[in-house]
Design a protein around this ligand. Sequence first.
Ligand code: ATP
Length: 337
Amino acid sequence: MIIGTLGSHSALQILHGAKKEGFQTAVVADKKREDFYRNFSFIDNILSYDSLDNAVIQINKMKDNGILIPHGSLVEYLGKERVDKIQTKIFGNRKIFEWEADQKKKMELLRKSHIKIPEIFERVEDVDRLVIVKLNGAKGGKGYFLAKNKSEVKEGISNLINSKMIKSEEEVIIQEFVIGVPMYFQFFYSYMLNRTEIFGIDIRYETNIDGLRRLPYNYIKETNPSPTFVVVGNIPAVARESLLPVALEYANNFVKTTKELVPPGIIGPFCLESIVTDNMDIVVFEFSGRIVAGTNLYVNGSPYSWLYWDEPMSMGRRIAREIKIANEKDKLNLVVS
Ligand code: ATP
């Protein structure tokens, strides 16, 4: 059996983990990245493509003996229509992609899971506090801006339209800006072991917002730079242990809700992207229904994955382990779609 993935995002970690679990591995990579992926001995096959349509053809070469592991770049690069043409089995529940891409459905899922979320403003007219305006999909924070009132929201939206980043106001999401610190809680729901494992925590390292605190106040006052949220890396974190029961309760509720709304529910990795406030509330502003790039920090296991496995267990390896367990029990069809 081959485990394959698209050459980007967390591909190295996924394939490294698959190899550790004894699988053949394949990366479906842009021709320009072929040489890069050749550097890694745990990659057995490189299926290169020169167009996105061709990428789907390459992925489908694994349809008889392979499993594709989805990650944040899969839908973002290929687009929904191409992903629908993938005949190779995909690890997890592919119906989750749709929920993740639709902001309304996404928030409904969190709400139904009794997870605290920020106030959402459907109309610019309703904005009555500091907000963050975001674009749909995993855009790595590009184009996001902060606004103190309606007129700043309107101005920012017209700038986005003028710079052709969006076509209309409908493409933005306006959320209350929650003050606190970010913590992205990574989980793995094991269908085979029927448990949710807390896998790791990361913080996204974003330019320029994370750089602004290095600027002395005088310079901020004089130059008045606007914060931006472009993701360039990830930083590891551990939480106060007293936060973990709430985080895990949220995660378990999330799993349960996905079983009801998107059967058979989430399978494998997911992430609750949160802000922790000074009264220790965990406010979740976003979820990812697949492996997040923040797990790349833990190729050798995380402080939490050690507690479950007592061996170096990356998220990539955990996925491969789940596939292995399912295969041994002759239940592979329960963890792929
Ligand atoms: P992506 O969608 O690309 O995976 P992401 O999951 O990191 O990005 P985004 O929703 O894109 O999260 O948010 C980008 C940045 O904005 C992060 O620094 C996050 O902490 C911050 N942020 C997002 N929503 C809120 C909010 N409601 N309150 C406070 N900060 C927020």
